[in-house]
Design a protein around this ligand. Structure first.
Ligand SMILES: [Zn+2]
Ligand SMILES: [Zn+2]
Length: 210
């Protein structure tokens, strides 16, 4: 009998099951990444809805447009601009497309308008995600960046602040702020790795006396 522990998903603390042998991540995490990607693209996706926020005078929008009159830029508008411009979401996606292409996972897009480039990059990544699960060692980094795009975009669209940070205490004494949708973290103090649910089970750190 072989007592070696089954390999673990690179993203969550789950042990890979027999039918997941040879994969870097579990099927649940793959589905979550696919769902995140799907939410970004398309005419009613997060990217398109973010773009609506910077077009003044847009009729029939699903929320108040952010004023873009000169000198009246709100911090939200700055955030929207940096996410929607070249160098923002589209470049994060295209950098991954390029990276995956070097693993034989899809090919570069053909350019065009930003929305088209976003849709094209998401389409390429989704089509290749199933094979990347077996072939790409940095899926944890990929999942983190894609998840971050979704959370930032949703926070702006829903008019929410960034998720509240909660300081938790590792048994080694290190305090670390986490959010309710943390992907987990590696403790700076002792190097222990915590997955999402493990991180949220840690005791709250007491607030330091002022
Ligand atoms: Zn997983
Ligand atoms: Zn620790």
């Amino acid at each position: 009998m072989n007592d070696a522990p089954a390999p673990q998903c690179v993203i969550c603390p789950r042990q890979l099951l027999d039918h997941e042998t040879g994969r870097y991540l579990c099927t649940l995490c793959e589905h979550r990444i696919d769902r995140d990607l799907r939410e970004i693209a398309g005419p009613s996706g997060l990217y398109a809805r973010l773009c609506l926020r910077i077009q003044p005078g847009q009729r029939g929008g699903d929320g108040p447009a952010v004023s873009s009159s000169p000198g009246a830029r709100t911090p939200v508008n700055e955030a929207v601009l940096s996410l929607t411009a070249n160098g923002g979401i589209v470049s994060t996606l295209e950098t991954w497309v390029e990276d995956w292409a070097s693993y034989g996972l899809g090919v570069h897009g053909t350019g065009g308008r930003l929305q088209h480039r976003v849709d094209q990059a998401v389409g390429t990544l989704r089509r290749n995600l199933g094979r990347a699960a077996y072939r790409h060692p940095a899926l944890d980094e990929f999942a983190r960046e894609i998840g971050q795009i979704v959370r930032q975009a949703e926070a702006i669209i829903n008019g929410e602040r960034q998720p509240r940070q909660i300081p938790v205490l590792c048994p080694c004494g290190t305090v670390r702020p986490v959010t309710l949708n943390t992907d987990g973290f590696t403790c700076r103090g002792c190097g222990i790795e915590y997955g999402h649910s493990e991180a949220l089970r840690l005791p709250l750190a007491e607030r330091r006396a002022a």
